[in-house]
Ligand binder design. Structure first.
Ligand code: SIN
Length: 307
């Protein structure tokens, strides 16, 4: 038996496979396809203080190596989330992490406060990085704001907090350090890369909001570089996100320094990807005589690196 377990602060994961927010609904949509309790942690679609309809269509554009989205955080709001979505999530034996966001700094605290008495929640992911709503990336573009919001949430809960970061900044490590100083247990990186597509017949942007967030295989090298950077400068775990579509992708991130990883866009075209990736991790470990996946974390060999 290979030991696939990893730790994110006080959170014990049976394996490092997590689902990325917004790509796995509220998990019940996947219950016929995946053994949900076999996934290390399930992260829900973002929940906000009040219901949101999301952005007008068109909200998704498929591109050759990825997907451009401008969904706009549609959700039923935290009150209805507790009534409508939590009962199913509470039946799961694996870790359920609620991704929360606010339109202002107080919104994050509001959501977490409201969820504190609800059982079956293993932790929170703070969505500091949605590029599709006004000010959505501001929480992880300014280190002062990132630290303040994290600290205010930290005062509200003892549950683990993960700060989800945008790559659309000059220095992601500066923002990561701010979250660590504010009391985050981990950071997750990267959220989508700002991108655009134009219809050359109408000469109009293909997304209703003009720009959106680019995800999928195309962003994997960008994500890998950011995860590598973060893991070298932070003391808290880094959770990788960005174009992970197979076990080999995930292994690269673990070697670069990620403690766990989130499976995102691939869920849309290969809905059992979390299962395939977990099996692939086991196979890789068996083949390479690795007893504990944790031994892979940060095992990158840098001796001949030129810079
Ligand atoms: C969205 O709902 O617009 C996507 C969420 C995100 O990028 O954080």
């Amino acid at each position: 038996m290979i030991d696939l377990s990893v730790h994110i602060g006080s959170l014990a994961l049976q394996n490092p496979v997590m689902t990325a927010s917004g790509t796995f609904g509220y998990a019940d949509e996947f219950k016929e396809i995946c053994d949900l309790n076999d996934i290390g942690a399930i992260i829900t679609k973002t929940v906000t203080p009040h219901p949101r309809p999301g952005n007008p269509p068109r909200r998704i554009v498929e591109l050759p190596y990825g997907m451009l989205n401008s969904i706009g955080l549609p959700n039923v709001g935290v009150e209805s989330f507790i009534i409508e979505k939590m009962p199913f999530l509470q039946t799961l034996k694996t870790n359920v992490i609620i991704n929360v966001a606010g339109t202002d700094e107080e919104g994050f605290v509001f959501c977490v406060q409201r969820l504190e008495d609800v059982s079956g929640i293993a932790g929170y992911e703070l969505n500091f990085s949605c590029p599709n709503v006004k000010g959505g990336t501001s929480f992880s573009s300014d280190p002062g704001i990132a630290e303040r919001v994290t600290r205010n949430v930290r005062k509200t809960t003892r549950r683990p907090i993960i700060a989800k970061l945008t790559p659309n900044v000059t220095s992601i490590s500066e923002i990561g350090r701010a979250c660590e100083n504010g009391g985050a247990d981990a950071v997750s990186a990267i959220n989508t890369v700002v991108g655009m597509a134009i219809d050359i017949k109408t000469r109009r942007p293909r997304l209703s909001t003009g720009t959106g967030g680019y995800s999928g295989p195309a962003i994997k090298p960008i994500a890998l570089a950011k995860v590598f950077e973060l893991s070298r400068c932070l003391s808290i775990p880094v959770i990788a996100i960005g174009g992970i579509a197979c076990a080999e992708d995930a292994i690269e991130f673990l070697i670069a320094g990620a403690t766990a990883f989130q499976v995102g866009t691939v869920n849309f075209y290969e809905p059992d990807a979390t299962m395939t990736i977990k099996k692939g991790l086991e196979y890789y470990c068996q083949k390479n005589n690795i007893q504990k996946i944790a031994d892979l974390i940060g095992s990158i060999q840098l001796k001949e690196m030129a810079k």
